[in-house]
Write a protein that binds this ligand. Structure first.
Ligand SMILES: Cc1cc2nc3c(=O)[nH]c(=O)nc-3n(C[C@H](O)[C@H](O)[C@H](O)COP(=O)(O)OP(=O)(O)OC[C@H]3O[C@@H](n4cnc5c(N)ncnc54)[C@H](O)[C@@H]3O)c2cc1C
Length: 300
């Protein structure tokens, strides 16, 4: 009896010498050619038959795609092909953007993080991408190179739907930029998965808080969620509650309730929609308490 043979469909492997060459190829063969960096999303999707590109274009070695640069004035620039382990262990990321380091470290396992890249995580357009909530609350900007030259897209405008992003035919992500860190801020990424390591999130919650004299509360809070909507989601309704009321247990509970109301999860193999909603409230509340306690600790 013939059994279906698991494995990758055939494709051509191309390693362009420049961004221009890569972008031209991707534009000319749009729909057939697919870029890749770590391949931890792409090859799984090819193997499982979701996509069937005839060409895969290796872009991880191209100029400017790797490395991490930090400058007090300019902020942080991370090459799109920088791996999750490189992001998570970089001293400047740990010191100034600990929320991003936490998010990168929460991805899968150590071995996978040696291949999986920051840019691949974002370009994949999954609502479950662990670094997306961090990019949203830290107001990251994605550098895209394409037939029209280079442009920057704010994280808030990048995610359009499941597997759908603002990238156009022939465009490649080359880097992710973050503004300088907010003085006196604290951030946290909380992830709930089916196991402690190696799984996509059931819910992911990023919380950032920093002093802000113009807010009634004296602080600005930002919250973003993974795995509970068609896209990674910034929860502006909850942020408004936090801006308008004095920080504390009552306000945090109200904001966590708003975050839960904003989430529109689905039932899937990982969890039911109802459980996900309850966990949005629980993790948002925990994240708010954690960052507030950390800020209080900094003031002591
Ligand atoms: C076992 C396992 C566990 C996982 N666990 C997690 C997890 O816990 N959290 C999580 O968030 N993810 C997880 N993932 C998904 C995956 O590992 C991450 O999303 C990873 O960061 C993808 O990066 P990559 O470099 O491998 O991307 P690739 O597979 O190379 O690419 C991903 C997508 O982006 C496109 N792309 C790649 N590079 C570019 C570019 N420069 N410009 C434009 N488009 C580009 C590709 O065409 C593809 O569609 C897991 C995957 C596996 C197999």
């Amino acid at each position: 009896m013939d059994m279906p043979s698991p494995g990758l469909a055939e494709f051509d492997y191309v390693k362009p010498a420049s961004l221009l060459e890569a972008s031209r190829l991707l534009a000319e063969r749009a729909g057939e050619a697919q870029p890749f960096m770590g391949g931890t999303d792409l090859f799984v999707r090819i193997r499982d038959g979701f996509i069937r590109p005839s060409i895969v274009v290796d872009v991880k070695h191209l100029p400017g795609m790797r490395g991490i640069l930090y400058d007090e004035q300019a902020g942080l620039t991370i090459g799109a092909a920088t791996t999750m382990n490189e992001v998570a262990r970089h001293p400047a990321v740990q010191a100034h953007y600990p929320l991003l380091a936490e998010a990168a470290k929460s991805v899968a396992t150590y071995q996978l993080r040696n291949r999986a890249t920051l840019g691949g995580n974002l370009c994949n357009g999954s609502p479950a991408a662990d670094t997306a909530p961090a990019a949203l609350v830290l107001e990251g900007r994605f550098v895209l190179y394409g037939p029209g030259g280079e442009r920057e897209v704010p994280a808030s405008e990048f995610f359009l739907g499941p597997r759908e992003t603002a990238m156009q035919a022939g465009e490649l992500m080359t880097a992710v930029r973050f503004p300088p860190p907010r003085a006196g801020g604290a951030g946290k990424y909380l992830k709930l998965g089916r196991s402690k390591a190696g799984d996509l999130s059931i819910v992911g919650v990023a919380v950032l808080c920093f002093p802000n004299g113009t807010a009634t509360s004296g602080h600005c809070f930002r919250i973003a969620l993974a795995s509970v909507a068609p896209v990674p989601l910034r929860v502006l309704e909850a942020e408004e509650v936090l801006a308008a009321h004095p920080p504390g247990e009552e306000t945090f509970a109200l904001a966590a309730e708003k975050a839960m109301e904003t989430a529109t999860p689905i039932d899937d193999v990982r969890a039911s929609a109802a459980y996900r909603k309850a966990m949005v409230r629980a993790l948002t509340l925990r994240g708010l308490r954690d960052v507030w306690a950390e800020l209080a600790g900094q003031e002591d």
